[in-house]
Design a protein around this ligand. Structure first.
Ligand code: ADP
Ligand code: F6P
Length: 450
């Protein structure tokens, strides 16, 4: 079997006592390729005064090579073009996008510098798999250095309709870069179709496959069942005093629809007063990308909103919203999901949203909770048992919560069983196998090819 080389901005180098990784790419990929012979290359997550060679560690079959960015590179590549330009644009939020030519130049230069660091480590038969929007031009940069391996690209986030992408001044050049890959994959049919149409619009007739990211559902279910006996979950359960737990777990990101979610919960308390004092909403949202102004503004907005809702609706012995901005260990989160009566996952736009799948996987089959899910998360294509809502509309969120809180055990079991079956049909390892099999075998049919 050819050696696998993964390239991604975040690299989940296993480190004892490290903070948990919040971010779908690291979680899905680490599960997908566990145990396989591979080299994983990317950013170390840290900065250094000057560019330097990557540091390399080998653990069993896996070698991790990570390089620091300089402070200026981090600002232009990560905080700038990736997260202040591409991220909002790819999530249909053109009004939030900042366009600075120098950020684009830095982003491109980092791609070229990283490609030059990786090239000497590559063998001619390696299968190279590049991930996400940070690295759109990576294959083009490797090709410019004479590398001829098969190189695939997977986009973890949405791709908007071409008319929106066209607003990006460097959009045409980026699409041309994508032509250097042998295979392109996206999360859903509509993302694949949008990307294919954008490419066709600039004369690059490339097929794009839909390969929805999966989850090691059995592993997560075991972790959840184990965690409910742990101290953290028992503490949370005791603190609820018999109230139904509504749980939100997200990176603190404007794509996740958190202000609308908080307003939706407030609308539930206002419009359906029978639920007052009978529910507690816990939102866990670790701070993310704090160097980007919009993310700092979002945190302030949510601090204020949570305070206002608690002030308006709280009582001396009941706090309606519990709000924390820390990451929690994965096992603890799994136990929280299992304890929750409702998983509230309402991104305004999301490539997949693994949290939705984790909630489903964590449920007790005999007495499952209900997933209230945004119709604009990629996961909504697969999780047909969820209560789907329009995440822009607080009233619809409130109605979805009310329906979920009233739902009887038979309907909950039926919906949960349908969602569990969807997870079983697509594990993280299945997802990687499908993509890599197609990358290694050009000409084979693409799943739901757009
Ligand atoms: P994104 O990739 O945009 O962050 P996903 O929902 O696809 O969104 O993936 C998020 C991943 O990060 C999930 O595996 C989730 O469990 C993890 N995560 C999210 N919030 C936290 C948190 N508070 N603590 C630890 N892990 C988290
Ligand atoms: O899943 C989408 C994604 O952008 C990943 O590429 C990324 O690792 C994750 O979200 C978390 O974001 P960040 O790496 O910026 O913390």
């Amino acid at each position: 079997m050819a050696r696998l080389v993964i390239v991604s901005n975040r690299v989940p180098v296993p480190r004892p006592r490290a903070a948990p990784q919040a971010g779908g790419l690291a979680v899905a990929l680490a599960e997908a390729v566990a145990g396989r012979e591979m080299l994983w290359f990317g950013w170390s997550g840290e900065t250094a005064p000057t560019p330097a060679a990557p540091s390399v560690i080998t653990l069993g079959a896996a070698t991790y090579a990570t390089a620091h960015l300089t402070e200026a590179e981090r600002r232009g590549y990560y905080g700038g073009f990736a997260n202040a330009t591409l991220w909002p644009l790819l999530h249909y939020r053109m009004g939030l996008a900042e366009f600075r030519r120098e950020d684009h130049e830095t982003w491109r230069a980092v791609n070229a510098r990283f490609a030059a660091l990786l090239a000497p480590m590559l063998g001619p038969d390696d299968l190279v798999w590049v991930h996400d929007f940070h690295l759109f031009p990576f294959a083009a940069a490797l090709r410019a250095l004479g590398q001829r391996q098969r190189i695939g690209f997977f986009l973890h986030v949405p791709f908007p309709p071409p008319a929106l992408f066209e607003a990006l001044p460097q959009g045409g050049r980026i699409l041309a870069d994508l032509g250097a890959y042998d295979l392109l994959g996206a999360q859903t049919r509509s993302d694949a179709e949008n990307l294919r149409a954008a490419l066709a619009g600039v004369g690059i007739p490339m097929p794009v496959g839909a390969f929805p990211v999966g989850l090691d559902a059995e592993g997560f279910a075991r972790e959840a069942a184990r965690a409910v006996a742990g101290a953290e979950v028992r503490r949370l359960a005791a603190s609820l005093g018999g109230r139904a737990l509504i749980l939100g777990v997200d990176r603190l990101d404007y794509a996740k629809g958190l202000p609308q979610r908080f307003r939706g919960y407030a609308a539930l308390l206002r419009r359906f007063p029978e639920h007052r004092r009978r529910v507690t909403f816990l939102q866990v949202a670790p701070v993310s990308r704090n160097e980007v102004a919009q993310y700092r503004a979002l945190r302030r907005e949510l601090d204020e909103l949570a305070g206002r809702i608690n002030g308006e609706h709280g009582e001396i012995d009941w706090i309606p919203i519990r709000w924390m901005t820390r990451a929690l260990p994965r096992a603890t989160l799994a136990g929280f999901h299992r304890l929750a009566r409702i998983g509230l996952v309402t991104p305004l736009r999301d490539g997949m949203n693994l949290v939705a799948k984790e909630f489903v996987a964590a449920q007790d089959e005999a007495d499952p909770g209900v997933l209230v899910l945004s119709r604009f998360a990629g996961a909504a294509d697969e999780l047909k048992g969820a209560v789907l809502v329009n995440p822009h509309d607080p009233d619809e969120i409130a109605e979805g919560l009310d329906a979920a809180l009233r739902m009887g055990p038979d309907e909950r079991r039926e919906r949960a069983a349908s969602d569990r079956a969807a997870l079983a049909a697509n594990s993280a390892a299945d997802w990687a196998r499908r993509f890599l099999a197609r990358l290694a075998a050009p000409g084979a049919p693409l799943p739901h090819a757009a």
